[in-house]
Design a binder for this molecule. Structure first.
Ligand code: SAM
Length: 321
C-alpha cells in the first residue's frame, strides 16, 4: 500500500475516457472549441490494462468514468462493461447527459447502478449560454430514463453569480421531486479562469448557496463518508443535497483521488499540474509493469497538496473532472 505522511492513499480513480466533449462550457473550455480530443489518446485496451495495474499496485476500489464527455467516445461501449467486471466496490460515470438516451442500453446492460449528470440550469435559454450548445429537454429525458430503470442519479451543478445563481432553488426543487441528490460544485479556479476576472466575478460559494436555500428551506448538516468531497445537508421531508466546497471547506486532507487522463498521464492532485506518464509501462507484462506503476504512484501521491485547494492551469476535461 502506498500511503503519504497524512495517511492518504489512492482509493478512487477517475478516468478521462477522452478529452473531446460535445459541450464547450464557458468555465471549462477556454476557446469554445468542441470535440477536441487530446493528442495520442489511449485506446480501450490500454485503458483497461492501466486500470488493472492501478488496482493491483495501490488497491483502487472505485472507478468513475468521465472526460471530456465519456458517452461521446467509441471506447465507452467497450470499456464500460470491461471495467464493470473488475474487482471494484463501485463503478460510476459522470456525463453531461446529452447522449444518455442513446447510450442507455449500454449503461443498463453493463449493470451501472449510479451516475452523475452535470446540469447547470433548467432554463432552456440559459442552457446554451453556459454549455455553448446542447438541448436541455434531451438531458432531462435521459435523466428520467435512468431513474425509471432504477439507476441512482446525482446531479452536479456549478452555480455562477452572473449565469445561473437564480437556478439554485429551481434545481433543488427539481431534484427533490425525483429523489435525486443535487451536488453544488463551487467554481474551481482551473485553466483559463486563472487569468481574467471570470472566476472572481462568478464564484458563488457555500455561504451564498446556503443563504439562498435557507430562504425557502430549513436544513441541517448530515454525515458524509470520510473521503467524500461533498459537505452534505438534509432538508427534512424533502431530501439531501451536497456542496463540493473546494474553496470554502477544502477536503484535501482526506482526498483519495487519482486521475488518469485520456493520453495516459496520472495526476495525483487537482491543484498540481504535474503528471506522470504511464503509457510506456502499458507495453510491459504485468510483473515488469507493476514496480514501475508503484514508482509513478509514489510520485503522484507526493503531488497532493496538504491543505488548500488552489486550482491549476490544467483543464478539467483533459484530466477528468
Ligand atoms: N462531460 C462530463 C460532464 O459534463 O459531466 C464529464 C466531464 S466534466 C469536466 C466533469 C465536471 O467538471 C462537470 O460537472 C463540470 O461542471 C465540472 N467542471 C469543469 N470545470 C469546472 C470548474 N472550473 N469548476 C467547477 N467544476 C468544473
Amino acid at each position: 500500500m502506498i500511503v503519504d505522511a497524512q495517511g492518504r492513499r489512492f482509493r478512487n480513480l477517475r478516468i478521462s475516457l477522452t478529452a473531446a466533449c460535445n459541450y464547450a462550457c464557458t468555465y471549462c473550455v477556454p476557446d469554445g472549441k468542441r470535440l477536441q480530443a487530446a493528442q495520442q489518446e489511449l485506446d480501450s485496451r490500454e485503458m483497461l490494462y492501466a486500470v488493472e495495474l492501478l488496482i493491483d499496485a495501490t488497491g483502487i476500489e472505485k472507478v468513475r468514468i468521465t472526460g471530456g464527455e465519456p458517452l461521446l467516445s467509441p471506447k465507452f461501449d467497450v470499456l464500460l462493461p470491461s471495467v464493470m467486471r473488475l474487482p471494484l466496490s463501485d463503478v460510476s460515470l459522470t456525463t453531461n447527459g446529452q447522449l444518455l438516451t442513446r447510450k442507455a442500453a449500454t449503461i443498463l446492460n453493463a449493470g451501472v447502478r449510479r451516475i452523475n449528470v452535470s446540469l447547470d440550469t433548467l432554463d432552456p435559454e440559459a442552457f446554451p449560454r453556459i454549455a455553448r450548445t446542447g438541448d436541455l429537454a434531451t438531458v432531462l429525458l435521459g435523466i428520467e430514463q435512468m431513474l425509471a430503470a432504477g439507476v441512482r442519479v446525482k446531479v452536479n451543478m456549478v452555480p455562477m453569480r452572473t449565469k445561473n445563481a437564480d437556478q439554485v432553488l429551481p434545481m433543488l426543487d427539481y431534484c427533490f421531486e425525483r429523489g435525486i441528490e443535487l451536488r453544488f460544485i463551487e467554481l474551481m479556479n482551473m485553466g483559463h479562469l486563472r487569468s481574467g476576472n471570470q472566476y472572481v466575478q462568478d464564484f458563488y460559494g457555500m455561504d451564498e448557496i446556503l443563504d439562498t436555500i435557507g430562504s425557502r428551506y430549513e436544513f441541517a448538516r448530515t454525515d458524509a463518508p470520510y473521503d467524500s468531497t461533498a459537505v452534505r445537508f438534509e432538508v427534512p421531508g424533502q431530501g439531501v443535497f451536497g456542496i463540493i466546497a473546494n474553496e470554502s471547506e477544502p477536503f484535501c486532507s482526506s482526498c483519495t483521488r487519482l486521475r488518469l487522463s485520456s493520453n495516459g498521464r496520472l495526476y495525483g492532485c487537482l491543484s498540481n499540474a504535474r503528471a506522470h506518464d504511464i503509457r510506456d509501462v502499458l507495453g510491459l507484462p504485468r510483473q515488469q509493469a507493476l514496480p514501475r506503476v508503484r514508482h509513478l504512484l509514489g510520485l503522484a501521491l507526493a503531488d497532493k497538496q496538504s491543505l488548500n485547494f488552489r486550482g491549476e492551469v490544467t483543464v478539467m476535461k483533459f484530466i477528468g473532472g
